[in-house]
Design a protein around this ligand. Structure first.
Ligand SMILES: NC(=O)c1ccc[n+]([C@@H]2O[C@H](COP(=O)([O-])OP(=O)(O)OC[C@H]3O[C@@H](n4cnc5c(N)ncnc54)[C@H](OP(=O)(O)O)[C@@H]3O)[C@@H](O)[C@H]2O)c1
Length: 265
C-alpha cells in the first residue's frame, strides 16, 4: 500500500480552533503528518491540538488574528523561526457578516473580504513557489455553495467564496504537471459556530445541515484525488447544479431566504 499523501509532511490549517478546521485536524492527526494549527482563540486551539497530539501527531499552534495587517507575514515568520516548511495549506479560516450591504458596518464587511480573500490568497501565494520547487504539496481552499450565486444578506461573503472557487479552478489548471495540487471544497450548511459569529439564524432544516467531520472528510477526499472541486454530498452537489441550470436572477431570489438575522452568539 502506498503511504498516505500527508505522511511525513507538514499541514498548515487556518481556522483550526473550531468547526471544519478542527475536524480537519482530527482527520489529519493519524496520517503521520505534522500539524500547524492557527486561529485567534488560544484555548480552543489548544483543545484541538491536544486532541491531535493524543492521536500521535506533532502539533504546533500559532495564535494569530489574520484580519490584522501583516498577520500573514508574521505567521510565516513564526513558522520560519521554528524551521517549519509548509507542504500542504488548508485555507479554511472564514467569516461572514449577515445583513444588507447598505446597513452592516463597512469595517465588518471589509474584515470578511480580508480574512476570506486577502489572507487566503497571500498565504497561498507565499507558500506556493516553495511547493512547486519541491514538486509536492498543495492548497485546499474552503469555499461554499454560496460561491454559486449571489446571496442576499451575506453578499460580500458569497462573493468571497465565488472568488475562492474561480481562483482555485485556475490555480488547479496552472499547477498541472508540477506535482503540486489545488482543490476547492464547497460545503452547504455545516453545524458550526459560523452562524452565531455571523449574527445569522441557523438555516432551515430543508437546507440540509451537515457535520464538520463529514464535510472535512469530503474535502480531504477531493484533495487526495487532486479534484478541482469537492462537494460534501448529494444535497450541496444538486443545489450547485440546479443553480447553474436556473436563470441567475431566479437563483438569487431562491437564495434570499437563506441568510436571516440571528441573535445567538
Ligand atoms: N458553517 C457553514 O455552514 C459553512 C458552509 C460553507 C462554508 N463554510 C466555510 O468553512 C470555513 C470554516 O468555517 P466553520 O463553519 O467551521 O465556522 P467556525 O467554527 O466559525 O470556524 C471559523 C474558523 O475561522 C477562525 N477565524 C475567524 N476569524 C479569524 C481571524 N480574524 N483570524 C484567524 N482565524 C479566524 C475561527 O477561529 P477563532 O475565532 O479562534 O479565530 C475558526 O477557527 C469558513 O471558511 C466558512 O466560510 C462554512
Amino acid at each position: 500500500m502506498s503511504p498516505d499523501l500527508f505522511a511525513g509532511t507538514t499541514v498548515l490549517v487556518t481556522g483550526a480552533s473550531s468547526g471544519i478546521g478542527a475536524a480537519f485536524s482530527d482527520l489529519l492527526a493519524p496520517t503521520g503528518a505534522r500539524l500547524v494549527l492557527t486561529a485567534r482563540d488560544p484555548n480552543r486551539l489548544e483543545r484541538v491540538a491536544a486532541g491531535a497530539r493524543a492521536q500521535g501527531a506533532p502539533v504546533d499552534i500559532v495564535v494569530s488574528d489574520l484580519a490584522n495587517p501583516g498577520a500573514v507575514e508574521g505567521l510565516l515568520r513564526a513558522l520560519d523561526t521554528r524551521g517549519v516548511v509548509v507542504d500542504h495549506l488548508i485555507n479554511n479560516a472564514g467569516v461572514g457578516a449577515q445583513g444588507r450591504g447598505a446597513e452592516v458596518p463597512v469595517d465588518h464587511q471589509l474584515r470578511v473580504l480580508d480574512v476570506n480573500v486577502r489572507v487566503a490568497t497571500e498565504l497561498a501565494l507565499r507558500v506556493l513557489p516553495g511547493m512547486v520547487e519541491r514538486r509536492r504539496g498543495g492548497i485546499l481552499n474552503v469555499a461554499s455553495t454560496a460561491a454559486f450565486q449571489g446571496l442576499p444578506g451575506l453578499s460580500v461573503y458569497a462573493a468571497t467564496k465565488a472568488y475562492l472557487l474561480t481562483w482555485s479552478e485556475a490555480l488547479h489548471h496552472e499547477l498541472r504537471g508540477t506535482g503540486v495540487r489545488c482543490s476547492c471544497l464547497c460545503p452547504g450548511p455545516v453545524d458550526t459556530r459560523f452562524f452565531a459569529s455571523a449574527d445569522m439564524a441557523r438555516p432551515a432544516a430543508a437546507f440540509g445541515m451537515q457535520t464538520p467531520g463529514v464535510v472535512a472528510r469530503a474535502g480531504l477526499r477531493a484533495y487526495r484525488r487532486n479534484a478541482s472541486h469537492g462537494m460534501s454530498g448529494p444535497m450541496p452537489r444538486a443545489g450547485a447544479w440546479l443553480t447553474r441550470l436556473a436563470p441567475r436572477a431566479l437563483s438569487v431570489r431562491v437564495a434570499a431566504g437563506y441568510a436571516r438575522p440571528g441573535s445567538a452568539r
